[in-house]
Unconditional design. Structure first.
Lengths: 455, 333, 171
């Protein structure tokens, strides 16, 4: 069994309550940090741990914290990003539902490290049940003296509030989230200034994902060095993976970064293989926005190495033959799935979720959706395929926020790896509406590197 | 005063105040290297960054940190650093990206220029002419909106809107009661009052001047004439509400429309009040200063209302002769 | 946009106002606009949708312009700008849910309720719509029902039938 840091006690009955959580070692990190450490020491510990943001971008958390401006006489804020909306990702929902105190414990320690006196957990509005769970947990923690004025009699004050979103994927982007927290439309801000200098109400602000905040707890309990020993290279620690799609056992798994992808899919400890005895066709490894890979390229890198569940290994090969760990939203497609249809579906998602502020994303996402719809429903033209690639390039990198890239990558990667299937939709439109393309060669072993080079 | 910083744009170096944006540094140089701007408006705080037409490549970040910036940046919202090197028209990547932005801005634009009052002074028209491609690859129905009436003076054509947000900034920053805003999301976003009502306050007419396209036009000028048949004349009056410095647009001796005085980048020098704009259309109310200078690239200046020979003609004997004939003919009419 | 012919004043109950008052204390002085989203959620829970009148009232409570409320309410998809059925079945229609049959579930709901997406059943009890990813892909297909946003996972035609039947009989 692999080591669990976040979900160790997930099966303990009543772990969502303060008392049971506390009996199982909960809130030790708050005591340790407030009693024996300075805020800077907490930041250093997180830096040592090598923890990288678990929301998708993978930016080193300790570094993000050390960028926070600390002007005299100005409030600083910590805002937890619980606006989990990336298709394929549901780990934060799981964590908040079953072990809410872990997040609250992490929030207290992180707020202490950053010198925040008021912190917010911005939860997507659809997660009303989780909002209630968190509010209850906050009340319990406050009752036990872990929140509010003079925490544990140690002179640190912290108020923690839950803020609901209103239904907008874009609010997962940190500056859009800040706008939303200010009661505005979720339009991402133009950077600079970065939130570390001017965030919520123009005050220095750190925005961190739920899982990132939760990971602070074991880091402070066991030390950053211990945390860094787990994992693989610059991918330290454990990661929650949300596994969905055509898997035997979809769900949230805590893995040590560096587990082979094959083991994750097929071993009984994790997903238990593909559902209904089917074969694997493709995987989106890190949430809908990362490049989709055919079965052969997700199991092995282009160099023939087994691919691992880590930031580095998943991105091995760049966009030509790799993908990204992203938020850990692992979506498996079996042989009966249609890549064109799924690409259209994702495209519709990004079109629906574009805030509309900058032109390439506002207009381009809709354009791509329409073309993909036409292809899926048998009215496509061969030139549509290159048109899609070109439109995706016109969006990628030219927008205010990463939603443009997130919309462009799935389209570009699907065409890069599954062009045959797209062409088949154009050549055999009637058949394409009636049946799926099937597995084709997408699970065939990769040609040896020498063959690739010589051809 | 703080020390100036040096920035090089397309090989031309200029010294500017620290904190200046790349776009404004380029405007200080002037000419072809000035990136086009559809949403940025120097007089409106917070504007810019949205249309992405002013994207440029920063090939050297600064003297201190010479690394290039990884992506193209919006020049209107990126500050210059000392020693920064920027490529605009010298970068094929920028030209390509801009072409893409133009195509994308046009896919849902109605292209109803023949019946659009903005035609001739439309920034999108100019942008497409200068940076676009001749054809569109978009083959779907263009977006439409339910029409709403926002009052007697201002005409809203939402289908033409490129969502630059300028009119929202105007309402926020120079009027005391913003009644319209951006509603909806994504490509369904629209300028609206939500519940149909007239936008009324002393300065509301300025949304017309800042609108880069024909989405907000002057109802009192609607279908009166094509702008290139009218002659702009600067004038002023003692106005209790605004500075009273305007441009009058004449056809014969009739004032068809009053606007703010727009500079070479299409920005007004001063915002004007609705009384000057909509209610004061007789010459006797104004003190005339002289013809308004309009850039030669504009179709408006092609009717030679300024009576100044084109500069290139000064050096060319043949053209000077030709121009004399043209000049005489124009003045005779 | 919206043409409103009749503009009826409404009054928020004192219980509702009390909840608003508590929410406003969560933010620094003068930043009460931050309460807008939570307040709109409460309004929708109370009235079933956010009417223009309610939005105007919210604006005056938060001391902001009405347009600032309209801008926000029309941006976020959770806010209903028109009256809905008593129970709005919101089915996730994004990729991972579709891999395991969300589209068939939507077809089934349409057939069972006899109304198209966005329409209300004759008895006023139900409407339904497809929504984007609800972040529950491992439990797909899923649907939620406001105002508590109760979650129904691993949907089948049978479980949907049962759910609709239960809601029908609920007073």
């Amino acid at each position: 069994m692999a080591r669990k840091l976040l979900l160790e006690n997930i099966n303990v009955p009543g772990i969502h309550t303060f008392d049971v959580y506390r009996q199982n070692g909960g809130y030790r990190s708050v005591e340790k940090a407030l009693k024996t450490m300075t805020p800077d020491a907490v930041v250093e510990e997180v830096k040592t741990s090598g923890l990288r943001g678990r929301g998708g971008a993978g930016f080193p958390t300790g570094m993000k914290w050390s960028f926070l401006a600390k002007p005299e006489g100005r409030e600083r804020y910590l805002v937890c990003n619980a606006d989990e909306s990336e298709p394929g990702t549901f780990k934060d929902r799981f964590l908040m539902t079953h072990i809410p105190h872990l997040l609250i414990e992490g929030m207290i320690v992180a707020s202490f490290a950053l010198g925040a006196k008021t912190s917010y957990i911005y939860v997507r509005g659809e997660m009303m049940p989780q909002i209630r769970i968190l509010e209850r947990a906050i009340a319990e923690a406050k009752n036990a003296g872990f929140l509010g004025k003079n925490i544990l009699g140690l002179g640190y004050d912290l108020e923690l509030y839950v803020q609901p979103g209103g239904g907008a994927y874009i609010c997962g982007e940190e500056t859009a989230l800040i706008e939303s927290l200010e009661g505005k439309r979720g339009n991402p801000r133009i950077k600079p200034p970065f939130p570390a200098i001017s965030g919520v109400w123009a005050c220095p602000t750190v925005v961190n994902n739920v899982e990132t905040i939760a990971a602070v707890v074991p880091i402070i309990n066991d030390g950053g060095e211990e945390y860094a020993k787990i994992g693989n290279g610059r991918s330290t620690g454990t990661k929650l993976i949300s596994a969905s799609g055509n898997l035997k056992k979809p769900g949230v798994y805590e893995i040590e970064l560096g587990v082979p992808v094959e083991e994750f899919i097929y071993s009984d400890e994790y997903c238990g293989g593909i559902a209904n005895g089917k074969r694997l066709k493709a995987v989106v490894a890190g949430g809908s926005s990362v490049p989709i890979l055919p079965a052969n390229l997700i199991l092995n890198t282009i160099n023939g190495q087994p691919r691992l569940m880590s930031y580095e290994s998943l991105s091995d090969g760049g966009f030509q033959s790799g993908s990204m760990l992203g938020s850990g939203g692992f979506i498996a497609f079996d042989e009966d799935q249609c890549i064109v249809r799924n690409t259209w579906n994702f495209s519709r998602f990004y079109h629906h979720e574009s805030c509309g502020q900058c032109s390439p994303c506002r207009e381009g996402t809709g354009w791509m959706e329409k073309v993909l719809h036409r292809l899926e429903y048998g009215h496509g033209k061969m030139s549509d395929i290159d048109l899609l690639v070109d439109v995706s390039k016109k969006i990628e990198g030219n927008t205010i926020c990463p939603l443009g890239d997130a919309a462009a990558w799935p389209v570009a990667s699907a065409i890069r790896h599954f062009r045959d299937e797209f062409e088949w939709h154009v050549n055999e439109p009637k058949e394409a509406v009636a049946r799926n393309y099937g597995l084709a060669k997408y699970a065939d072993p990769l040609p040896k590197l020498e063959e690739v080079v010589s051809s | 005063m703080s020390e100036k910083v040096k920035v090089t744009i397309d090989g031309i170096t200029v010294e500017v105040e620290p904190g200046t944006s790349i776009l404004n540094a380029a405007r200080q140089i002037g000419g072809d290297i000035v990136p086009p701007a559809m949403c940025y408006y120097s007089k409106l705080e917070g504007s810019g960054g949205k249309c992405r037409t002013c994207l440029v490549k920063v090939s050297k970040g600064s003297e201190k940190d010479p690394r290039p910036m990884p992506k193209l940046v919006a020049s209107c919202r990126t500050g210059v650093m000392d020693g920064m090197e920027v490529q605009n028209i010298t970068s094929p990547e920028v030209i390509e990206a801009r072409k893409g932005v133009v195509e994308i801005l046009l896919i849902n634009h109605p292209l109803d220029c023949p019946i659009c009052d903005q035609a001739g002074e439309c920034h999108l028209q100019d942008l497409s002419f200068e940076h676009g491609v001749g054809n569109s690859r978009y083959e779907f129905d263009r977006r439409t909106f339910e029409k709403i009436d926002i009052g007697e003076k201002i005409q809203l054509h939402m289908t033409r809107c490129i969502l630059c947000y300028r009119c929202v900034y105007v309402a926020n920053q120079i009027t005391d009661n913003r009644m319209h805003g951006i509603l909806g999301r994504g490509d369904a976003s629209e300028i609206s009052t939500y519940i149909e009502k007239a936008i009324e306050n002393d300065f509301s007419g300025n949304v017309i001047d800042v609108c880069p396209v024909g989405a907000l036009t002057d109802k009192t000028f609607r279908f009166k004439n094509r702008v290139w048949f009218t002659k702009p004349v600067d004038a002023h009056r003692d106005c209790p509400t605004c500075k009273g410095k305007v441009t009058l647009w004449y056809k014969g001796d009739e004032v068809l429309r009053v606007t703010g005085r727009k500079d070479q980048f299409g920005e007004v020098e001063d915002f004007i009040c609705n009384t000057c704009r909509f209610e004061t259309k007789n010459t006797s109310s104004w003190i005339i200063e002289g013809p308004r200078h309009i850039a030669q690239t504009s179709v408006i200046s092609s009717n030679h209302y300024e009576f100044v020979p084109l500069p290139v003609i000064k050096e060319n004997q043949v053209l000077i002769e030709a121009n004399k004939i043209e000049f005489e003919r124009a003045t005779k009419i | 946009m919206l043409s409103v012919t009749e503009h009826k004043e409404i009054e928020f109950s004192s219980a509702l106002i009390k909840q608003f008052d508590e929410i406003v204390t969560r933010y620094p002085q003068g930043k009460q606009k931050s309460a807008l989203l939570p307040v709109l959620h409460l309004v929708q829970a109370e009235y079933g949708w956010v009417s223009p009148e309610a939005m105007d009232k919210v604006a005056s409570y938060l001391q902001i312009k009405p347009i600032e409320v309209y801008e926000v309410a029309t941006f976020y998809t959770m806010f209903f700008l028109r009256p809905q059925g008593k129970y709005v079945l919101e089915v996730c229609r994004t990729g991972p849910c579709c891999l395991v049959g969300a589209e068939k579930i939507m077809d089934h709901i349409e057939k069972t309720l006899g109304v198209k997406e966005g329409e209300i059943t004759a008895d006023g009890k139900f409407s339904w719509r497809g929504v984007e990813c609800l972040a529950a892909c491992g439990m797909a297909p899923v649907l939620q029902i406001g105002p508590d946003y109760t979650f129904y996972e691993h949907l089948t035609n049978e479980s949907v039938d049962k759910l609709i039947e239960t809601l029908k009989n609920k007073i």
